[in-house]
Design a protein around this ligand. Sequence first.
Ligand SMILES: O=C(O)CCC(=O)C(=O)O
Ligand SMILES: [Fe+2]
Length: 352
Amino acid sequence: MEGDEGSSSNYSIGQSVQERGLPRVPECYTIPPSHRASLNPDVADVPVVDLAGLQQDPAQRSIVIDNIGNACRRFGFFQITNHGISQAVLDGALSSAFDFFDLPAEEKLKYMSNNVHKPVRFGTSLKDGVDKIQFWRVFLKHYAHPLKDWVGLWPQNPPNYREKMGKYCVEVRKLAMELMGAITESLGLGPKYLTNKMEDGLQVMAVNCYPPCPQPALALGLPPHSDYSCLTIALQSSPGLEIMGNEAGTWRLVPEHQGVLQVHVGDHLEVLSNGLCKSVVHRATLNCERTRISIVSLHSLAMDEKMETAKELVDEQHPKGYKGSSFRDFLDFLSTNDIAQGRSFNKTIKLM
Ligand SMILES: O=C(O)CCC(=O)C(=O)O
Ligand SMILES: [Fe+2]
């Protein structure tokens, strides 16, 4: 997530839960009952948008654009099929991520850092010893666009990580650009409204690994948050993502469909659209059986480029609801605020 909560651990990351011999978790260190996940969650009824029509005649294209626009306004979230990224590329990215997290701890700890400004960093929310396991996740984050500027800093191990993850990053970015065009078109701003700014924009990959958790009902993988991006595209190895329904506090599990990708409206798209699109609040839940990986591609404007509300969407009835902010503003906020404690950058940029 573009927001995380410290990164230190006494665990030797990559060992199985059994090898770590984790004790049971004292109640006082688990998340409060009101924030715990159900082990039998309701399933979300979220749109699955078939992107094939985007390449077809104008009538087909406008149906797909309407579907995307409606999903962004109603849910801030949708899933996509026929997105053009082959199963082999998706599987390659996932397997290189699994291989990375399977490496011996020393190899991963080379990238360990708490500094949120670092372009490549490894971290963990398995906090400070065996007691405090509110959040049960290890992650690797790295910048990805332009690939040639960053790929040389990515892990050299496993040996195919750069190639397999690099291929996925390039393709998923192309897809994000296409989706952003469709979304700005659905807002009446035209398909090229953000193209130039997105060309120079950031792509940050959050590769998350949630090892099996002995008590998944007492912890979470990631706390509730919305992404500080324009648009996020996520690929997961198995279910675990939950989104908040329109009624606050109602969590729904995103159902699994083979080959499908998940699209989240991020805070910056909410700002651009003057609140017409809502960034989706989501969290990652855990299970006790298998490791889950999610590969999250966050797309935003350049580091110092402020996202402002489109003036075309502001009038007397719809006054500007947000102040402009850049990705760097967010990182600065993150380095001094603990998002796991409920601090949200999004709230600080709302004018009303
Ligand atoms: O693991 C997931 O499905 C969610 C990850 C996420 O929300 C993030 O990295 O921002
Ligand atoms: Fe997220």
